[in-house]
Design a protein around this ligand. Structure first.
Ligand code: PLP
Length: 404
């Protein structure tokens, strides 16, 4: 029998948040063990539901959504995205600058496939949302990770970016607000990164899917608004802010110097039309969602679920000997640091697996986010505070005698 093998293109793609640990959790579940999944940002798994207006829009538009749409998207969605982008300071978008997608994930695939040739370099943060690195690698690109500095609130280290940019660097990815750190980048930090992009003629990919999930009165700045001259692709979607990850609803906007990118844009159009179109029922909710884009705001204010859950997990983790974390300002992730000497930890994946086996809680190890050291892990703090408190107690008990 001839073995069926995966393509060599998949060799170095990385097998991040859905890798062996998630498979082990699935195996345990199949044995009847109840597992708490804190490994993906999937709000609907934790009692967060789509706003009623969004659900109503989906139901009202099911009839009439049967056909393929234009490959860029339905006109109402394009118009709503344009209006939302303008409110964020991304101006003068034409119909040809906006594409809807089956989640931001699909659009990351399209945007990178159209740009990256074998050996092209792309700057991606570490820690990252690992899809970016996986897709860039699959496209034949060489991922160059730039450091986000924990000692500086996880902000990108611009000196590191300057050191790493080279003649083959084509693009830089900015993830703001950030997954997995929860950092929200101030204007000055963004302007510094954008200046490097400007000087080196880099395409800017700005992943802003958490822009409506900001706490503590913080303000999100759209990269494209701060640098209207730079060719920028801004990614956004409803999975997180409107709790509809399963609907697969995202978009991207092309802004800045489109003339310089005419050939690249042609590639994007080609790829967008090859997948025919994004899910049309999901597109039909975009207008209703963006009519009230700050729907999640009450959850993010004191007394709101996400705010209180952050307070709870941040304080509980800070109270566990050998763990520390930067307080997240946005999204719903905490990326704690482990004192690896204290616990003699050599392998963060094993740490997470051991915790899964002993306490049936599934998390993601830091290297799953292309973080180079075995000293972090990520907690998704979507469960209610009481549950998070119980999980933190389990972690405290686990670490009491844990040594690798
Ligand atoms: N970008 C970031 C930073 C994310 O954290 C995620 C999902 O967790 C995505 C993109 C993908 O989102 P979507 O559900 O729109 O594909």
């Amino acid at each position: 029998m001839t073995e069926i093998k995966k393509t060599c293109k998949l060799e170095n793609v990385g097998y991040d948040i859905r890798g062996p640990i998630a498979e082990e959790a699935a195996r345990m579940r199949a044995e009847g063990i109840d597992i708490i999944s804190l490994n993906t940002g999937n709000p609907a798994n934790f009692g967060f539901y789509a706003p009623k207006a969004v659900e109503d829009a989906l139901i009202a538009n099911i009839k009439g959504s049967e056909a393929y749409s234009d490959s860029a998207g339905i006109p109402e969605a394009i118009e709503a995205i344009r209006a939302y982008s303008a409110r964020k300071g991304i101006l003068e978008l034409s119909d040809r600058d906006i594409y809807t997608g089956n989640g931001v994930s699909e659009l990351i695939n399209i945007a990178l496939q159209a740009l990256i040739d074998n050996g092209d370099e792309i700057l991606i943060p570490t820690p990252d949302y690992p899809l970016w690195s996986s897709v860039a690698t699959l496209c034949g690109g060489k991922v160059i990770h730039y450091i986000c500095d924990e000692a500086n609130g996880w902000l990108p280290d611009t000196d590191d970016i300057k050191r790493k940019v080279g003649p083959r660097t084509k693009a830089i990815v900015i993830i703001n607000p950030n997954n997995p750190t929860g950092a929200l980048y101030p204007k000055d930090a963004l302007l510094d990164i954008l200046e490097i992009a400007r000087r080196n003629k880099l395409v800017v990919f700005s992943d802003e899917i958490y822009d409506r999930l900001v706490m503590d009165g913080g303000k999100h700045f759209a990269s494209a608004a701060l640098a209207p001259d730079l060719f920028t692709v801004t990614f956004n979607g409803l999975s997180k802010s409107h709790m509809v990850a399963g609907f697969r609803c995202g978009w991207m906007c092309l802004s800045g110097d489109r003339a310089r990118a005419a050939d690249y844009i042609e590639g994007i159009r080609m790829l967008a039309s090859m997948r025919l179109c994004a899910n049309v029922p999901a597109q039909s909710i975009i207008r209703a969602a963006l009519d009230d884009p700050w729907d999640a705001a009450p959850l993010l204010a004191p007394g709101g679920r996400i705010y209180e859950q952050r307070e709870c997990i941040f304080n509980a983790v800070a109270d566990i000997p050998g763990l520390s974390a930067v307080k997240p300002k946005a999204a719903f992730y905490l990326f704690p640091k482990i004192d690896v000497e204290k616990y003699h930890i050599l392998d963060d994946e094993r740490f997470v697996l051991d915790f899964l086996h002993e306490h049936h809680v599934l998390m993601t190890h830091g290297r799953g986010f292309n973080w180079p050291y075995a000293d972090h892990f990520r907690i998704v703090y979507l469960p209610v505070a009481e549950e998070l408190r119980r999980i933190a107690e389990k972690m405290r008990a686990f670490l009491r005698d844990y040594r690798q």
